[in-house]
Design a protein around this ligand. Structure first.
Ligand code: HSE
Length: 315
């Protein structure tokens, strides 16, 4: 059997929702798992990419062996039904840029997990898939948005279960995505965060997350401008993401711009706006990054409503 699963990229945090808000974006990886017939061939993992974004250095970040995250996820699923994966070929078509805060690891984990679940006759339900994927990836905000699509509020609870609710993103709020051409691993980006934060900063984010939920419920653009702020991670990470503060500051004065936030742990950024005319946003980002010699891909997208999907299943 050969199963392919198409999986979207994700942006998490989205301002005030550090480690709990996630959204799917229309950039995809495809993970294919094939049972190989020859006994003793073990597990083979290959990565392919059509995109110039995935260079050799990026691919080096992925361990293509039994220590890989995708293999760990597949193994946990097999183990949960008392089996061990043996002869498997895992091919990853990687078009989500790696180490850019776009959930490429989560997408590969989830893709592998869903493909393996199909191969095994679907022993795991969504809750089990969420738990295994979160155990391997460590980020419920990423894996939940990858699995469900759309915008989610997700939390891993003490018993390791993941609870989530989907939230409605207004159709006319567009996302301009800026993907710089350098890598920033989540590990490095988390290493600059403090172990503890001031009570006033925690309260600042609590208020903003409440505003975020109300703003999307009521489609309240003015409230969203207050909501898309953060004091828990962006102030610490901005030193690793040159241009972020300047772009936010310049775009703050644009009426159509609701906010500028880091995508996950960066270095990608999202500018959220309420009109389709995004020329000004593109030119501000381009000019600011040009001035500091940073190349980036800039594109305006809509949220991806669909999560990971089986796209082919051959016997
Ligand atoms: N919410 C996590 C972080 C996402 O910001 O560190 C990591 O991909």
């Amino acid at each position: 059997m050969k199963i392919s699963v198409k999986v979207p990229a994700t942006a998490t945090n989205i301002g005030p929702g550090f480690d709990c808000l996630g959204m799917a974006l229309p950039i995809y990886n495809t993970v294919t798992i094939e049972e190989t017939v020859l006994p003793g061939t073990g597990v083979e993992i290959n990565v392919f990419s059509d995109s110039s974004e995935v260079d050799e250095l990026s691919i080096e970040h992925m361990e293509l062996n039994e220590n890989s995250l995708v293999y760990k996820a597949v193994e946990l699923l097999f183990n949960s039904i008392g089996q061990t994966p043996s002869e498997l070929k895992i091919n990853i078509q990687s078009d989500i840029p790696i180490a850019r805060g776009l959930g490429s690891s989560a997408s590969i984990i989830v893709g592998g997990l869903i493909a393996a679940n199909e191969l095994l006759g679907r022993p795991a339900d969504e809750a089990a898939l969420l738990s295994i994927a979160t155990e391997v990836d460590g980020h419920p905000d990423n894996v939940t948005a990858t699995i469900t699509g759309g915008l989610v509020l997700a939390s891993q609870e003490e018993d390791c279960s993941v609870i989530y609710r989907k939230l409605d993103w207004p159709d006319d709020w567009t996302i301009t995505l800026c993907i710089p051409d350098y890598e920033l691993t989540t590990e490095i980006s988390r290493s600059v965060l403090p172990k503890e934060v001031a009570m006033c900063d925690a309260i600042f984010n609590t208020k903003r997350l409440g505003m975020f939920i109300e703003a999307i419920n009521k489609h309240d653009d003015e409230l969203m401008k207050y909501a898309l702020q953060d004091k828990l991670h962006q102030p610490y990470r901005s030193k690793l993401v040159p241009g972020l503060d300047k772009i936010s500051e310049v775009l703050r004065h644009e009426d159509s711009v609701l906010g500028c936030v880091l995508s996950g742990s960066g270095p990608s950024m999202l500018v959220i706006s309420n009109k389709n005319n995004t020329d000004k946003i593109h030119s501000v980002i381009k000019q600011t990054l040009n001035d500091i010699n940073i190349k980036a891909e800039i594109k305006t997208v809509q949220i991806e409503p669909c999560g990971a999907q089986v796209v082919s299943n051959e016997d």
